[in-house]
Design a protein around this ligand. Sequence first.
Ligand SMILES: Nc1ncnc2c1ncn2[C@@H]1O[C@H](COP(=O)(O)OP(=O)(O)OP(=O)(O)O)[C@@H](O)[C@H]1O
Length: 282
Amino acid sequence: MIFSLDHLSVRHPGAAASGANGASALRDVTLAARPGEQIALIGPSGAGKTTLLHTLAVALCPSQGNVTLFDNDPWELSSSARHALRSRLFLAPQTPPLPPRQRVVNAVLAGLLPQWSIWQALRSLIKPIAPVAAFEALARFNLQDKLYARVDRLSGGERQRCGMARLLISKAQLLLVDEPLSALDPTLSLQTLAVLQQEAGARQATLVCSLHQVELARTHFPRIVGLRDGAIMFDLPREQVTDGMIDALYRGVNEVESGTHFDDESGVGLSLTDSATYTPRC
Ligand SMILES: Nc1ncnc2c1ncn2[C@@H]1O[C@H](COP(=O)(O)OP(=O)(O)OP(=O)(O)O)[C@@H](O)[C@H]1O
């Protein structure tokens, strides 16, 4: 498995400080993925998609349950080992945190930072170390002419694809992508999704992608996870996801049973049985 989450609950630090009951952004989530799987995360606003991606990216510590990532519990590791583990994944947030005055070439090359020493990183800021790699990554999104543009001169959609180009040049084996199409028109959405999926397929990386475009999720991803109120409502191959399930997910019709998982020979969607909980260590 690339990752497995076992009866996981997550509270945002702000929510925990308020002491509000039931404020967990994720509740009792059990989910696992194998190398090369491509999973769409769907669900209404506030369902917990971003929280799940951030938990997989080891940016949020669970309040209950276990997380295993590349055969390690990241929260049992030293901070340097955890840092090394994080270099094996890439989180592309919905709004990429690109410094406004930075050149696009440097913003894209930041995808190589986990592989670089501090000296290489500093040197690259003065004279980009791998401009050809950045050019080629941008070219896959038709942005090659923006190589030396400033980030704050890009449109929202260009900035979003610049973040995707950063993902392309990373060496990550787990690609976590949060609403990559939110600033893109329908044609660019299809092209961008195709590039992401081709790249994940080519490197046999696991792709987990949150999407509000339900039909795109259903036509392009082999496995669909539906989240609502922090819980998994279904985790199914796309052929088994019905219109009724989608209606229930978004309109509150009580048609899907919470915690439905599937467990076929391919091993996707395995339910995990060991439900040991632990005191939060972070
Ligand atoms: N920093 C935070 N502090 C406290 N609560 C938060 C924080 N971020 C998110 N939440 C809460 O956690 C829950 C899940 O939010 P999350 O952003 O994961 O949902 P989402 O499915 O990604 O939504 P969207 O589709 O609107 O991006 C929501 O109730 C939200 O209000």
